[in-house]
Design a protein around this ligand. Sequence first.
Ligand SMILES: [Zn+2]
Length: 116
Amino acid sequence: MKKTKKKEIVWQGFAGHFIGAKKCLFRLCSAVNSGKYVVSTVGAYQQKDNVVLEDIGLGRKFETMVFRAKKCWCGCGEWVQRDAKNIDMLPANSPKGAKANHMKLCKKWNNIKSGK
Ligand SMILES: [Zn+2]
């Protein structure tokens, strides 16, 4: 598999983390830093139709997490989290805040020099 270009932020279509992600109406996922990290934002968690949006974690409706990345096992070409350990996290309570957090962590981890 070809690595992403240096300093490139690659937008992806699948949710990047969270066991309940398929019930999250809001999902952003990006591979950054040549596919070294995935930045994943999920939120607007709706466990049942027509029910008010629930918190995804303590006191937050949206969260952005960063994980070390690897290529997806299924061959789809997407970058996915290498393990369940998030290395950075920002909470939000609005889509606007969640988007801003996503961009903030994409920029931060795209430009980080050290680490594996
Ligand atoms: Zn896949």
